[in-house]
Design a protein around this ligand. Structure first.
Ligand SMILES: Cc1cc2nc3c(=O)[nH]c(=O)nc-3n(C[C@H](O)[C@H](O)[C@H](O)COP(=O)(O)OP(=O)(O)OC[C@H]3O[C@@H](n4cnc5c(N)ncnc54)[C@H](O)[C@@H]3O)c2cc1C
Ligand code: SF4
Length: 522
């Protein structure tokens, strides 16, 4: 395997921001996006001998750029500079933008798709093209390449340990989880890009594998639209961006290819289809977010919630709640700017929270959307600029889930010794005793923009399934139902959310489908 620096310096890697004129490129397969879905697909196809071109709007950063400072990294590595929200601004949308996609900034938690979720897709969403056992060898291969391994209880940071201990004390299911890291130095800054290349993200694994195998990459190049004639895409038109990825250079990109794979992630993949006039089926609909509510807790002892592996324990005790929406519990890192923007209050009230930052643990409940008829997810549409926006009105059933989950988070935190629990409402609900939880949380507003809700897991919008009226791509190969040379391979194809952090589900599915695509005759 070639060294990363040599891969980056390869003549196959083109910086769109430095192009002195328009770019006209050709390949057998053009892949838009280099995240979990795109990078795996590119590596599999290139290793099978196809000529592959990856098109990525983000920058090609290195570990030297990952300074562990939010002001340097957040605007560069996140969609819309980290300011993306849903249409009514009620949900903050964290999503990556870089060579390597969101895997560059994710927190390394690695779960296979739960077997019952794959079965639900088969039974209720006409996903007949594969079954759970078909994914297993692909997960095994990915786990080996990305060094995915389970964390020991002894290596949990204090933030995760408090969640773990609280769940244990209450008799709830909780376990350590698996991470895709090798020689992790526990800096805690996975969310700003790994400064030592310990995180086995797509940036340091499948993207270099693809380039090593002959694939080309053009970055700082945004795919604007496919040009479609009848049922065939004839070319991709794009725009070259400046070095910061914000301004346009005025130069254009045109790609001719036999096959086009859309791997821009949920929200951006359906948007590319919509901009291209490929509006068949429910494109953009049933976009799921695993919406999150958070609970902060003060402890006597130092927690330093910005140090150590950001996520290393999870509880799925409340994942299955029959008619109610399930959720799972995890910890999140509490970086200074992130916490300053999320904690409630102004002036001295705000300062009071920030003074406690090093003694604060931050735990979240992640709602499992898409399994109930009255929790149908959101819908991606286009702004007048052509950029996407997801309209996700939070249904009543989710608000009641948040309220229920907020109480469980408070119980777990008090059970692990918190002296005070606080919600992120403004003003915050502050809880010091178990007996106060119900009354205080019941009195708090659970309404749009009255309590912070965020998402780091976007899924759906180009659902797979064999009924073209309910799905955008086929489940046997993720090819578009009508457009004969268009595939979608990323998190947007899931017909529901997952109930676990999504990256490994995407890796496994992408590897299975790219392998089928590589075996396909022209
Ligand atoms: C802060 C954070 C923490 C997370 N932690 C975890 C975790 O611990 N475990 C886990 O499983 N998941 C985690 N996730 C989520 C996980 O990383 C994503 O679900 C996964 O990477 C999505 O893969 P994807 O291929 O669908 O899209 P992405 O990985 O988002 O890749 C899409 C790429 O396409 C590019 N792109 C989009 N549109 C265009 C266009 N028009 N032209 C050119 N390029 C385009 C984007 O810039 C991006 O680089 C986290 C996410 C965030 C934000
Ligand atoms: S915690 Fe480990 S994987 Fe995450 S950024 Fe630090 S060294 Fe890298």
């Amino acid at each position: 395997m070639t060294k990363l620096a040599l891969v980056r310096g390869s003549p196959n890697v083109v910086d769109g921001s430095a192009a002195t004129g328009d770019l006209a490129l050709e390949a057998d397969v053009c892949i838009v996006g280099t995240g979990a879905g795109g990078a795996v697909t590119a590596a599999v196809l290139a290793e099978a001998g196809a000529s592959v071109l990856m098109v990525e709007e983000g920058g090609y950063y290195t570990s030297n750029d990952f300074t562990m400072r939010e002001r340097d990294t957040t605007p560069r590595l996140y969609q819309e500079g980290g300011t993306r929200t849903t249409k009514d601004t009620a949900i903050a949308v964290l999503q990556g933008k870089a060579v390597g996609g969101t895997t560059v900034v994710n927190w390394t938690t690695s779960f296979r798709t739960p077997e019952d979720v794959v079965q639900t897709w088969h039974d209720k969403h006409a996903v007949k093209g594969f079954a759970y056992p078909d994914l297993v060898p692909h997960w095994e291969a990915i786990e080996k390449r990305l060094a995915i391994a389970k964390v020991d209880v002894g290596s949990l940071n204090a933030n995760n340990k408090k969640l773990y201990d609280g769940c244990k004390a209450l008799g709830w299911e909780v376990d350590t989880l698996r991470r895709n890291v090798a020689s992790c130095l526990q800096t805690g800054f996975c969310g700003l890009g790994c400064p030592v290349n310990a995180k086995r993200s797509m940036l340091v694994t499948m993207v270099p594998d693809a380039i090593d195998a002959g694939a080309k990459l053009v970055f700082r190049a945004r795919a604007d639209r496919y040009v479609v004639k009848g049922n065939t895409i004839t070319s991709l038109e794009g725009t070259l961006l400046d070095a910061e990825g914000i301004g346009l250079t005025g130069k254009k990109l045109v790609v001719k290819a036999k096959r086009f794979v859309t791997s821009g992630g949920a929200i951006n993949s359906p948007a590319l289809l919509l901009r291209s006039g490929i509006t068949d089926g429910p494109v953009g609909e049933r976009t799921f977010l695993h919406p999150v509510v958070a609970s902060g807790a003060f402890y006597e002892e130092a927690i330093h919630p910005y140090r150590g592996a950001p996520q290393s324990a999870a509880s799925h005790h409340f994942a299955h709640r029959q008619d109610d929406v399930g959720f799972f519990l995890e910890a999140v890192p509490w970086y200074p700017s992130l916490s300053a923007s999320a904690v409630p209050g102004f002036g001295s009230a705000h300062l009071d929270f920030m003074k406690h930052a090093s003694h604060t643990a931050l735990h979240i409940a992640i709602a499992i959307d898409g399994f109930h008829d009255d929790v149908p997810g959101g819908r991606v549409t286009l702004r007048s600029s052509g950029m996407p926006v997801v309209d996700y009105p939070i249904p009543a059933k989710l608000w009641s889930t948040f309220r229920f989950a907020q109480k469980r988070l408070a119980e777990a935190q008090l059970a692990s010794g918190a002296t005070e629990v606080h919600t992120l409402h403004d003003p915050s609900v502050r809880i010091t005793k178990k007996e106060e939880i119900d009354a205080l949380v019941d009195a708090a507003p659970y309404e749009p923009c009255r309590v912070p809700v965020f998402t780091a897991h976007q899924m759906g919008g180009c659902a797979m399934g064999d009924d073209a009226s309910r799905a955008v791509v086929r489940s046997e190969d993720l090819r578009h139902h009508r457009v004969e040379n268009l595939w979608v391979i990323d998190g947007s194809v899931f017909p529901t959310s997952l109930g676990v952090n999504p990256q490994e589900s995407i890796y496994g599915l992408a590897r299975l489908m790219a392998t089928r695509l590589a075996a396909r005759k022209a």
